[in-house]
Design a protein around this ligand. Sequence first.
Ligand code: PEP
Ligand code: MG
Length: 578
Amino acid sequence: MSLALSGIGVSRGVAIGKAHVIMRGSIDVAECSLPGDLIEDEISRFLNAVETARQQLESIRQRIPKDTRADIAAFIDTHLLMLDDATLVTTPVETIREYHCNAEWALKLQRDAVVAVFEQMDDAYLRTRRDDVDHVINRIQRLLLDTGQGETHVDAGTPENAIVLTDDLTPAETVLLEHQGVIAFATEYGGPLSHTAILARSIQIPAIVGARGIQHYIREGETIILDGLQGLLIVAPDETTLAYYLEKQKKEQQRSSELATIAEKPAVTLDDIPITLMANIELPDDIEAVSRENASGVGLYRTEFLYMNRSTPPDEEEQYERYMAVIDALKGKPLTIRTLDMGADKEVDSSTSRRCSNPALGLRAIRLCLKNLSLFRPQLRAILRASVHGPVRMMIPMLSNTQELQQVLTLIEETRNSLLRNNLAYSPDIMIGAMIEVPAAALSAADFIRQLDFLSIGTNDLIQYTLAIDRIDDEVNYLYDPLHPAVLKLIKMVIDAGKSAGVPVDMCGEMAGDPRFTRLLLGMGLSEFSMHPRALQEIKQVINSSSIAQLTPLVDELLHHTTPDRIPASVDMLNSLD
Ligand code: PEP
Ligand code: MG
């Protein structure tokens, strides 16, 4: 009898194959007290395990095919760098020496201390870096415990055409999956913003995360279907189900080849309304994707990536150079630079690090910048100076009231004056905008807009804050609902406020790059979308087959008269219109 299990679909596509279950379980570490004369041997045992872990990672690194994108290979470099880091190596050695404990215990103590720091960070992306620490430490722990699992199971003899089912995957394992003939994977843990999920989308392999129980309900070698869009796993499908998914798979393949053919086409609705499609960028490789996918510019440049993996923040000059490089690469296309959206991270400025029981509601983004002007001013100067060299827009994240906005505008004015005094040029025409990602800001959009040149709706945070659910917690992910009537009302208010004031409003949250919502958003009046570059052609395809005149009254009806539980069905109806 067939069985269906669900998780969070993080990379679309249908895979039909045989289950390859990798049971790893958690690593139990006990504390042992060692006699003084064994301490040096214990330290050598620890350092040998670290060295073997390094050799394993280097060997994986070498086996990554040459044409693998640089940012994907960089995930493994990050793990290799961690093995050079005193935090993970020197401190456990000191602990063994001081407390006469076993290496596994010393490493566990250090892991708990490092993870505690990550737990305090209020930036969703950075918090997922905690997984990297765990992956590296688990590798060393397995070697110490001599479970024979230091080398990953995935790496050792994964059958061809397998669908891997496991607790979690390291980025290193994820990169190697497709080169071992693995056609899809599902993990028990992890959220849609984890590295593993990001990589799955990058290498375009269907994937599900947060699928609890899969290792127990699915046996090795069983036939399974994995639907990465719906987040569904079907075990031992009957003939009808199999036929349905084979057809779906064929359609998916047709869809990918069709999409590649429309990259050069403009995004225009059936009733001739041009729609702006921009790209969200983070890593250097994304810039190349902006021109490959023919985006009309960058709607969101997440600058926090410049501040990561270093002990001091980049200075004004370094930021200026980086922005200039992006401006050059964009060849006249607009670049929206978002000011630093980071939380209480001691690596940026130790004075900001503090315990915070609810980091997403704490000192993050613009709040952090306004408290740390020595951090914020160099960025403002660098953005203003870069604006001379191309069409730059400056975007402020997470504003929640107009006083904050006023403070930012005053600071920008002061920065302009100080540049003048230093004989440094800036463009007087730089557009200044705000991200609307806090419900209070959405409700006050009309007040914000009076002082701004554009607004950008950040649905990732707007949904998190409206519905009070942590966007990276897979346990509450079922409540993360972009179609909640409250979320739709807020989005509509912001779009309408922009229209009344004649100020452009775009959307740069994940909703803008999800084709399920494109027609709904068009019907709500949105005409500028910014998304991961890979999503662009798919969204364009929906736009080019939609008529705004047809959608507007239907969406109006949906927003005003549809009962909440009927909204998903009404959105499906919009999506099925010819
Ligand atoms: C958002 O919140 O929608 C957004 C685009 O910003 P980030 O995902 O970087 O928080
Ligand atoms: Mg945000």
